[in-house]
Design a protein around this ligand. Structure first.
Ligand SMILES: CC(C)(COP(=O)(O)OP(=O)(O)OC[C@H]1O[C@@H](n2cnc3c(N)ncnc32)[C@H](O)[C@@H]1OP(=O)(O)O)[C@@H](O)C(=O)NCCC(=O)NCCS
Length: 191
């Protein structure tokens, strides 16, 4: 494992071929508000529990406060995912739930419709998880993906995540139970 060269207080810009991951800017707010209100994002991230309430906008003041304070956080990393083709913010990647003693954290990602299905999610995942292992010196990055989201699972597998178990019936959506698949990437796993 590499010695850390950065902390969670550092907010890097990470460049790939398709995406740039960078600290949030004020101008990203409309794109993030739209991405979070996207019905597919609401369902696939487990933030919404029924079709009836999919697509409802969040309180704009709560969102403004959230995104304007992401760069001050010293125990997590929230970065905008920018599509290099257009220069637009299309979503976010997050390293959170840091466990310093275990050299571990959680990963999550969401992309709005404009960013999906072109390889951006896989590259963004790879870039920020490489940062977790190589710059932050973390050994384990974990995540959960719902069984009804094979696209996300495939993107995570391509980025080196390995399935380690299932939390059965972890989510209830429209009255039906859905499993959550637990995955992780260790610093010692092949990239
Ligand atoms: C999940 C997410 C980050 C993936 O990013 P993406 O840029 O859309 O995905 P990519 O294009 O990098 O890769 C998707 C892969 O899944 C495959 N795929 C797409 N739909 C699929 C399906 N129904 N079943 C299996 N594989 C599928 C694609 O073919 C591609 O694999 P390939 O390159 O081998 O062909 C993005 O779609 C997203 O944010 N979705 C909405 C919110 C969400 O699901 N967040 C994750 C919650 S755990």
């Amino acid at each position: 494992m590499r010695a850390p060269t950065a902390t969670f207080a550092d907010k890097p810009t990470l460049a790939g071929e398709l995406v740039l991951l960078r600290p949030f800017e004020d101008g990203d707010l409309p794109a993030m508000a739209a991405a979070i209100a996207d019905p597919e994002v609401g369902r696939l991230t487990g933030s919404v529990h029924s079709t009836a309430v999919l697509g409802q906008p969040h309180d704009p003041e709560v969102l403004r406060r959230w995104y304007s304070t992401r760069n001050e956080q010293d125990d997590r990393l929230d970065l905008a995912v920018v599509d290099r083709r257009t220069g637009e913010c299309v979503g976010e990647v997050v390293l959170n739930e840091w466990e310093p003693e275990n050299l571990a954290c959680n990963f999550r990602i969401l992309l709005g419709p404009a960013g999906r299905g072109r390889g951006l999610g896989t590259e963004a995942t790879r870039l920020v998880v490489d940062h977790a292992h190589d710059a932050l010196g973390l050994h384990r990055v974990g995540l959960e993906v719902y069984a009804f989201n094979p696209r996300a699972r495939r993107a995570y597998e391509k980025a080196g995540f390995v399935v380690e178990g299932v939390r059965r019936d972890a989510l209830r959506f429209d009255g039906a139970f859905v499993d959550a698949v637990v995955m992780s990437r260790l610093s010692t796993d092949p990239r």
